[in-house]
Design a protein around this ligand. Sequence first.
Ligand code: SF4
Length: 627
Amino acid sequence: MIAFLRLLSRNRLALAGGIVMLCVVLLALIAPLLPLADPDVTNTAHRFKTPFTEGALLGTDHLGRDLLARLLWGTRLSLMVGFAAAMIAATIGAAIGIIAGYFGGRTDNLIMRGVDMLMAFPYILLALAIVAALGPGLFNALIAVATVNIPFFARNIRGVTVGIAHREFVDAARLSGMSDARIILTEILPNVVPVIVIAMSTTIGWMILETAGLSFLGLGSQPPQADLGSMLGEARSALITNPYTSVVPGVMILIIVMAINLLGDGVRDALDPRLKSGALSRPMAATLVNRTGPVPEPKGNGLLEVQDLETQFHVKNRVYKAIDGVSLHVKPGECLGIIGESGSGKSVTALSVMGLVASPPGVITGGAVRYDGTDLIGAPYKHLREMRGKNVAYIFQDPLATLHPLYKVGDQLIEAIRSHYSISSAEGRKKAIDLLRAVRIPNPEKRISDYPHEMSGGMRQRVGIAMALANDPDIIIADEPTTALDVTVQAQILALLDDLRKTRGLAIVFITHDFGVVAQLCDRVAVMYAGRIVEEGPTKAILDAPMHPYTARLMACVPELGEGKRRLEAIPGLPPVVDNLPTGCAFAERCHKSQTACRGSDIALVFDTGRAVRCLFPDNPNAEAAQ
Ligand code: SF4
């Protein structure tokens, strides 16, 4: 609750709406305690007194009734009716939506067709028809307003429930023998309550307006009882001669509806977990760059040279150092492996190369990324866009998430080619078929017309590779492309990438957490931990004699065929959170060789005989690169 209020208070408009609403509600609540005139007593001798005259702060109406008293009492009534209508509509609508969504099938069909019939009528006509049938009166207006809003809640909540009812935790509850009613109350309802609150917060203002509309037409509150709508209706005849009688309730309606809408938007933003996490905020086209230090001089180390790269995530007042001074290079035809646990900074390093880290919250704060000697950090977006896919291409982990589900794979391949080269559709199709054949998709002429869901995981990943190859890039960054595949498909994909590297001279940066994959494909390997490289060198040298205790422990976790029985030692503890790294070695907490000196000051990456290690007491200290 405190976190919710804190989030809400950060939204200035919502805060302003909340304060205004609080004042209005307070005034309405204390109206009986205030020294106000009786709102219903007429005094024709004092009719149409203008505002700020003695004894009538806001003036009097056509019957001499005090407008201030009627305004506060009317506001009280309008708010009560609006909130009550919203509560009734939300409760009944949500119950209908949950039942329809949870049970599905015939129940869903029957209920939702009934809801559709209600929605087929213009809602104001439906409200008028209900009041006409029940007779004028505020209570009947409340029933009418609540009734016409029930379908809105039912449709909304039914959609959310359908998504939740097929989730694994609901299946687990069913398997555990829980009754439908208990599943609805304990599993479904807690998940839809935020949606109900959000829908309510954005519709209360609307319902107050609808009630005011009915009262304005004489179908809501009846004389002498005042609500905001009836005050407006009664002031109609004096609109030209005494406009303040209309302005007073009109301004109050405007204030209430605006304040509730602003507050409702804020409540929605604070309650929606995707908005809270920033997932729905639209990222910039390229990662924000805010380099404070000097740009490193180029060393001419390869086609792609990453130098002292620093990428951070700025979330509220926390700074997460996802990448802290990473340097890498890769030459044409070379494969560099980046390995480490989840959260070690592998993917952020890869995404930083082409400015693909989402901003906000990502910010590149230092270093350089040189492609063929040219620094790409801070390069104009147009330049980065031209290079993405054409010079540096990516293969992502989950092809089902990266391929568009509604377009055929062939169309997506052709689009990838035509975004860089102006070729005809026929040429694009021919090239797409060639690409599918190159990644060994059987019968490419037919498979080009498949949708992603019609292909197996391995086939989709091959399409992802084909897409990366579409524009003959010089560098491919493959971010765990085989993690979701079974071992036989994984072996085929790795063989394919290795073949392409040899035949096309591709430089590959291969991100993985699997030393087996590294051994099969990579010439060199960089081991990352807590956003930094802790060991780097030729793959064979590192596999034969790891120097950093973290590398050794990572390798010890991998079972080996034919090595007999041995205990697989998991690395104890968890990687540190990168917004609060310990002084000295980040691995010290989990390292069996840790000593006092390890926690004293920053540990440098020491280069020697073609290898680099960030450790004061490395294993195999005399190991050399050329083994
Ligand atoms: S510096 Fe110390 S704590 Fe860190 S890896 Fe080396 S031995 Fe372990």
